[in-house]
Design a protein around this ligand. Sequence first.
Ligand SMILES: NC(=O)c1ccc[n+]([C@@H]2O[C@H](COP(=O)([O-])OP(=O)(O)OC[C@H]3O[C@@H](n4cnc5c(N)ncnc54)[C@H](OP(=O)(O)O)[C@@H]3O)[C@@H](O)[C@H]2O)c1
Length: 312
Amino acid sequence: MSEPGTVLITGPTRNLGRHAVPAMADRPHGQRPDLLLVGRAGRDLTAVAGEVRARGARVREIGCDLSRLADVRAAAATVRELLATGTVRPLRALVANAGAMSADTRRASPDGYEMTFAVNHLAHAQLIGDLLDSFTAPARIVLLGSNTYHANFWRKLLGVAGARWADPVELARPATGELPPGRTASAVAYSNAKLAILYYAHELQRRAGAGISVSVFEPGWMPGTALGREAPEALQAVACALGRVPGVSTPRRSGPLLAAMALDDQWAHLRDGAFVVRSQPAEVRPVAHDRDREQRLWEATAELLNRACASQ
Ligand SMILES: NC(=O)c1ccc[n+]([C@@H]2O[C@H](COP(=O)([O-])OP(=O)(O)OC[C@H]3O[C@@H](n4cnc5c(N)ncnc54)[C@H](OP(=O)(O)O)[C@@H]3O)[C@@H](O)[C@H]2O)c1
């Protein structure tokens, strides 16, 4: 990218985001973007900001708990203010990297929505919607997908459930009563949220200005990241061991690939929610293209975000 402007990234404090941020900051002078780091305020956010500042990047920390939509709206307002006052350069990319996988689908966000859906999808839809008029073309929005949206042989073997789509208002509703044994409900909620991100990406491209391109990045399976932090300890230990198997994706390897999605000329042509697995463009399954579901998700998302805003 010749004029990199400003890149906003969510979830910069750990793993994939933690490795993508230095990869952006290490661009040669003249290609190095200003960085807006959106994450939970605290030591981790300050540490990553300090590290990339020491490498010469201009960086701002924006404290935000993405499970709390009021926080997300406040973060977007801060970004608009920084742009309007020229404190940072024009907004050229937004990387919606933060993700979560709640172990208990009965758990509600402060706005009353199921946690996994709230953090992965609703928070980013709020942030992007609030900033859509603030980009300077050519600009990129990179969303984080996951191949878990569909089950295959290996995922079935590992007990990783694929998506089971329902109306988005249902997906946003915390579960009630007894959950089925094991981690199926949590895995299905995660896969649903990641399928929602694909649908949202397709609809977003239809609604965003011509100068904004939308793509979806899949970093490869990175076992042992904090995404599984609520899983039983034994499972986390197995995941950590798998993360050391040669050839398995790691945040250290995939972080720079995510940075490239936001910055490199190689990916300037991507649009329409193009799906990239590590560094290979890939076709998504037919289930991930559905105009009716995409439109309904857009409308339901607006309804859910408005409801949360009105109740404050
Ligand atoms: N790991 C994989 O195998 C894999 C595969 C495909 C796609 N992905 C996707 O890649 C992205 C990064 O995954 P990862 O493995 O690096 O996950 P991770 O280690 O769990 O890191 C997630 C990041 O999101 C942030 N985050 C979570 N909940 C938040 C909240 N309520 N408010 C603010 N920030 C919040 C975390 O911040 P804190 O430090 O404050 O917790 C952290 O910086 C996710 O979107 C994930 O779904 C991962």
